[in-house]
Every structure is written in structure tokens, then in C-alpha cells.
Design a protein. Sequence first.
Length: 284
Amino acid sequence: MTGAPMPAFKPRQLASLKLTEELKIAEQLALEAGALLRSRQSTREEVRFKVNAEIVTAADIASNEIICRGLLAAFPGDAICSEEAPEFADGSTNRTWIVDPLDSTSNYVEGGNEYSVSIGLTIAGQAVLGVVYSPARDELFSGHRGIGARWNRIPVRAAFAASSQQPRLLVSSKEWKRGLNNVVKITTVQPMASMAYKLARVAAGRNDACISFKRRKPWGTCAGTALVLAAGGQVTSLDGDPLVFGCSGSCTFRGMVAAGNQLHDRFLKLACDIDRSMRARYPA
């Protein structure tokens, strides 16, 4: 994990967070951006490439405009940091919105249904509010620390115990294809594209945990992390450190492990074992 550590919120501070308007606006913007993405997916837009070869389409840019312009109008004093516009607005407070207007553009371009819209709010570097919308599946996950998490307006919680001896584990589709499938022995593992959507499913108790081994950036992880924390779960890097978010592509985490509080240590150990096996099998 990079960046200077920031002070953690105390339980009383978390319980007293008043983010009703922030959550309402973020939900509205996610739904609006998601509707645009859904309507434009079938047009097979021309794909452009960033310098680092990440895919960007006109839909990414249009979704980004909807979200960032909306946040700027509603909260002019906040910083807004999007994958498509890392320094959209510099705020005067310690609040930063971290946005991925289209998480898993590759899945979107391929006509898949696992892409998502991700809008997160951090205070002093901690993810406190999250909205993740899956346009293709019309699933809205939202919530903030101190109030809890919801799926399509219904309260949800992260899993307290594994659903079976073979837990419902989510992993990255790309990591799965690049060799993880030769190492993971759990039969109920499910590869999935969007990191934000995977985290949201863990927050809702749909899956017991999700793990990732590559370096993760803040855009597609902030909102989902806030949701897992709001839903009574825990999210750390592979080193076991809580995640501190910054408005920069250089702010990365060495992998991620997300699960319910009672399950997290078990999955952190599993992730570290898998990571060692991957390094032994596929040395750099």
C-alpha cells in the first residue's frame, strides 16, 4: 500500500455520519450513467486506447461527464477523482469522490453483463460511502458506514459464515485466465469481470468473499470497499493492511481480500497461500 497512513474513524464517528444527500445523489447519478451505458452497448463503438493500453470508449467519457458534472454541481467543495479525469475538481475539504464511470470496459465492449458504474466517497482517505450499479443486471448496491448497505433498496449484510465447506469465492476473470485456474482448488470459485461488482456482491452476502492478486487502483475498488465495510465486512490488501485511498493512479494496493468480519482471516490466509503457489508456478 502506498501513501501516508491516515487516522481511522472511531465507532462513534462512523455511527454519526450524515450522508443522506450524498447517497441519494450518488444513486441518481449511477442510475443515469448506467442507463446511458446500457443503451449504447449495442452500438459497438470505436475503441480507443490509452498510453498504458487500457481500453477507453466514448461511453466511458459520456458516463464520466454525467457523474462528475453531477457531483461537482451538488458538492462544489469536494474533490472529484475519476479514472477518466484524475483531477476533475480539487476540493477544499478532506472529502474526495473516487469514480470509475465504467468498470471493466473490456467486458462492456465484448457485450458482457458484468461491467458496472462505481461511485465512492472517502473522508480522510477512508472509503465511507459507495454506490455500485450493474446496468445489464439492473442491480443497485448502495450504502455508507454507520447506516449499512442495500441491494435495490433492500438492506443486506456480508456473510457471517461460509455457506458450505466449499465457499462461494469470486476472483478476477483476467487473473483466472492468466493462470489462477491452475492453482485454485475450490470448486465453487466464480471468475467475474468488474472488481466493483465483485465487492458489491460480497457486501450483499451473494458471495462469501472475493480475492485479487494484482495491484489494484482506487477507481474500481473504493465504492465496493465502502459497501463491504458498511455491510459488516472487512477489506484489506494481501499484506493484511486496511486500504487507504488517494486521488492518484499511483495509489495502489497489493491485491485485495474482502469478506465478512468473521470470515476475513480465513480468506486472507487462503489468498496468501494461493499467491505463493502462483509465484512458484509462474515466477516473474
